[in-house]
Design a protein around this ligand. Structure first.
Ligand code: SF4
Length: 201
């Protein structure tokens, strides 16, 4: 892991540069709606813990994101506990790890109103293309990269599609993967950690 602490104020910048598509989608939805459903909060919250957002900063972050849509009273009573819980500070004090791609792909399948899950697996092809185009300036609708991504999705190689996005958005050649030896994405936090490492290299 990168080891560096991320503060609430840094999340927006880190999201734009380093979040994998699933987390970028959750973050943009949270910004737009000032709300995420339970599994979305869990998926994004544990990921943020994994990139180095400490508990006190997580509370600041979520309070800020909900904004005026939620009273302090409601936040303190209903949401703070869950954030502290996911950091192992309440209940049975388990230290919940961030979810892997495998877990995100196969458990708690999202319904139409949900924003958790993996865009490559859970978006319609049309929504996936629109999401990729609006999120990544490096990806055009009719580009060879888009074709690679959609081909991988069609054959259910979601991690290959995600790795292709990583390559395209980090100026890497096809097949280089996360680490130039073709390593593919198996965990959202590895995607983010590797992205932050590349920025420092
Ligand atoms: Fe997230 Fe993994 Fe899907 Fe990439 S392959 S978007 S990291 S769940």
């Amino acid at each position: 892991t990168s080891g560096a602490v991320v503060t609430a104020d840094m999340v927006d910048d880190v999201a734009r540069k380093h979040f994998p598509p699933c987390m970028r989608n959750l973050y943009e939805r949270l910004k737009r709606d000032r709300h995420l459903k339970h599994f979305g909060r869990l998926q994004l919250g544990l990921f943020l813990k994994g990139i180095g957002l400490p508990l006190d900063e997580a509370i600041i972050f979520w309070r800020k994101m909900y904004g005026a849509t939620m009273s302090d009273d409601k936040f303190n009573k209903e949401y703070k506990y869950n954030i502290r819980h996911s950091y192992g500070q309440e209940g049975k004090r388990a230290n919940y790890p961030p979810k892997s791609c495998q877990q995100i792909l196969t458990t708690n399948q999202p319904g139409t109103q949900d924003s958790h899950g993996c865009p490559f697996r859970h978006f319609s092809p049309e929504n996936l293309q629109n999401f990729l185009i609006s999120t990544y300036p490096q990806i055009d609708r009719s580009s060879p990269e888009m074709r690679d991504i959609m081909d991988s999705v069609k054959t259910a190689h979601y991690h290959v599609a995600c790795t292709r996005v990583f390559e395209v958005t980090h100026g890497l050649k096809k097949g280089e993967g996360l680490s130039k030896d073709g390593e593919s994405v198996v965990h959202p936090n590895k995607y983010a950690d590797r992205s932050r490492e590349l920025e420092r290299e």
